[in-house]
Design a protein around this ligand. Sequence first.
Ligand code: SF4
Length: 209
Amino acid sequence: MDQQTMTRADVEAELARLAAEAQACRRCPLGDVRTQAVFGVGNPQADVMFVGEAPGFHEDKQGEPFVGAAGQLLTKLIETKLGLRRSDVYIANVLKCRPPGNRDPLPVEVEACRPFLERQLGLIRPRIVVPLGNFAAKLLLDTSTGISRLRGKRYPFGGATLIPTYHPAAALRGGAAAEGIGSDFDEIRRALDEAPVAEEPPEEQLGLF
Ligand code: SF4
C-alpha cells in the first residue's frame, strides 16, 4: 500500500504488526536477554517523533520507552515547551531491546534493528524528528560530530526536519545538557510553527530514512 494514502487505522495496524514482529525478533543477541521488546508509543500520525538510544531497566520491564525519571522529564518538556501531550507525539528508540547493564549499543545490534526504526519513520512520517542524545543524533545524521555541536539546529532529513537535543538522562545530571535542552525544545516548537527550513547537514547524511 502507498504510504501517502494510508489511513490512520492502516498505519496503526502496520505499527502493531511490526511491534509483534519485534516481540518475537531474534535478529541480534539482545533478543535472548530482554524481558520484552520496547517498540514505541504514541500518535501514529505525530508531527514530532523522538528517537532515543535503547530501553533501560524500567522500559524493559514495562514495555514502554522513557518511563523512568528521564521519561518524566521528556513528558514535562513536551507539555510545557511544545504545548502537547505525550500521546500527541511518537517516542521510540534506535534499539528495541535493552543492552545488558545499559551498555552502549553495538554496531551489529544497530544494523540488525534499524529496519524497525526505518519502518516507523516511513509510516508515521513526522514533520520533526528529534534524536535524543549523542547516539541517536550521530546515527541519524551519519556523523562523528558530538551532540553539543549538533543540538538545537535544523537539518534536512528526507521530507522532514531533524533537530537533535540532549538525552533527558544527561539533562538530569545537570551541566550544559540541563541548561540547553529547554532552548532546544523552544526551537522544536518554532519549527512546528513555521514552514520547515533546514540547514545543511554537518557531513553526508545517512540516506536510509
Ligand atoms: S534489538 Fe532489535 S534486532 Fe535485536 S532482537 Fe531486539 S528487536 Fe531484534
